[in-house]
Write a protein that binds this ligand. Structure first.
Ligand code: UD1
Ligand code: CA
Length: 470
């Protein structure tokens, strides 16, 4: 029978070293709160329960950003009495649990799910009651050091401020990831307050477990980057840059081309197809899928959208909550707003705004238009400056444009209105009633021409001048 697994994430500290009003674990990396990354990694192990320990002040805000994650429990640590006290708080939400518990600091967002899986299986194979994950680093300052005896056996973890001069040079440090089983839970009460800091250190558990005759071990990992903890704004920037690069490099390996891989911002939830080229200053966010062989030009932001294959998004366009099918061309300066569906080979040009509308296959709206709450068929031509007047000040109304329609430039379609299949709307028309299929609708007034008008005008002006004698 497989062993049970639960998780505790420690996020109840005050994060004073960040010098910010925002709780530490809510600081954003590539637009997502730090805690999000840790939770994501932990929940990928599918623990039967995952508890996030939060502070009294920060709790509400942390719960809010994690509200979309299923199966998370929260435990409130009344006072920030240290990581040992935080773990105890977390355990109180796991009453009666027997099995393996994985414990992580909430401030190590670079941790990978596959690393956690590896640590868990090594902990299980090692038959330890407690396993601590360590790594070596050229900058051990601030981390707890792994103290080993002459034979190389780990005997304790000591925090920065309790280190002797010689111990400060130890380069093997505690990652803040722990694996333990139910035999260790009762020992948490044995942690004593650290006299220097006045806090209960979870790291003291290591010595306590050894002294009580249970097995405790240290798993040494090689990649130090992955375990980087964030304590200061500087750490935040450094980790964000590592994270950004890690994501971009991952896509480079999957055959995505970047003109300048230093200047693109792709959230981890985004997927990109091979053969796609991405120019600088592009932001891709949320649940976004980009197809194969697309071209995404500079200054484009795409959020929560699905983009098909061979799509070209030209400079300075925004696409949010939209569906863009194969071979579409959009932009430059296109704004595709939520609820928009651009069907295959549609063309959306500069300064065109589309909201909650379907643009049919091969349909074109190339210049300066607003299309909202519209359903547009295939091979429709929307002239420059066309506006769907969808709002009457109280309610939104729909515009339906059937296949093959031609809308002349500078037309207003006052919704609700339907333009029948193959109909024409003359340029400059304000359409307030439905147009039958294959008709021409025109609402502008007839053109008037007064011949020789300017000549007459200047003659008159001359006469006036002579009369007044000036
Ligand atoms: C901790 C470890 C250190 C390790 C390092 C790895 C201790 C005593 N030290 O140090 O050995 O090398 O992480 O990054 O554990 N927290 C609470 N409640 C509290 C205090 C902290 O939930 O009362 C949470 C924090 O929100 C944070 C995590 O625990 O997510 C770690 O706390 P932090 O103060 O950052 O510990 P470090 O000094 O980095
Ligand atoms: Ca830390």
């Amino acid at each position: 029978m497989s062993r049970r697994l639960a998780a505790v994430i420690l996020a109840g500290g005050e994060g004073t070293r960040m010098r910010s009003r925002l709780p530490k674990v809510l600081h954003r990396l590539l637009g997502l709160p730090m805690i999000h990354y840790v939770v994501e990694a932990v929940t990928s192990l599918a623990p039967e329960k995952a508890v996030v320990v939060v502070g009294r002040k920060s709790g509400k805000a942390i719960r809010e950003v994690l509200s979309g994650v299923d199966g998370l429990a929260f435990a409130v640590q009344r006072r920030p009495l240290g990581t040992g006290n935080a773990l105890k708080t977390g355990l109180s939400a796991l009453k009666g649990f027997r099995g393996d518990l994985i414990v992580l600091n909430g401030d190590t967002p670079l941790i990978r799910p596959e690393t956690l899986r590896k640590l868990l299986s090594r902990h299980r194979r090692g038959k330890n009651a407690l396993t601590i994950c360590s790594f070596t680093t050229t900058e051990p300052g601030g981390y707890g050091r792994i103290i080993r005896d002459r034979s190389g056996k780990a005997v304790a973890i000591r925090e920065e401020r309790d280190l002797s001069r010689e111990e400060k040079s130890i380069d093997e440090v505690n990652s803040g990831i722990y694996l333990l089983n139910e035999t260790v839970f009762p020992l948490l009460g044995k942690i004593r307050k650290n006299p220097a800091k006045g806090e209960y250190y979870v790291t003291d558990l290591f010595g306590i477990v050894l002294r009580s005759g249970l097995r405790a071990g240290v798993l040494k990992m090689d990649d130090d980057e992955e375990f980087s903890g964030i304590n200061t704004k500087n750490d935040l920037l450094r980790v964000q840059s590592i994270l950004r690069q890690r994501i971009v490099r991952g896509w480079v390996e999957r055959d995505v081309f970047f003109i300048d891989e230093e200047r693109v911002y792709i959230q981890p939830s985004v997927r990109i197809g091979p053969g796609t080229t991405i120019y600088p200053n592009v932001f891709m966010e949320g649940i976004t899928v980009i197809g194969e062989d697309c071209m995404i030009f500079p200054n484009v932001r795409i959020r929560d959208s699905w983009i098909g294959d061979n799509v070209v998004v030209k400079d300075s366009s925004v696409i949010e909550d939209a569906e863009v099918h194969d071979n579409v061309e959009a932009g430059p300066f296109a704004r595709i707003r939520p609820g928009s569906i651009l069907m295959e080979s549609a063309r959306i040009g500069n300064f065109v705004e589309i909201k909650k509308s379907v643009i049919g296959v091969g349909t074109k709206a190339q210049h300066l238009s607003y299309i909202g709450d519209a359903e547009i068929g295939r091979d429709v031509n929307i002239g420059a400056g066309t506006i769907t007047c969808n709002y009457d000040g109280v309610k939104k109304h729909r515009t339906v444009i059937e296949d093959g329609v031609f809308i002349g430039s500078d037309s207003q379609l006052v919704a609700p209105v339907r333009i029948g299949k193959g109909a024409y709307v003359g340029a400059g028309s304000t359409i307030t009633r439905d147009v039958r299929p294959e008709s021409l609708a025109l609402t502008r007034s007839r053109q008037k021409e007064i011949r020789g008008w300017t000549r007459e005008k200047s003659k008159k002006a001359g006469r006036k001048k002579r009369k007044s004698g000036s």
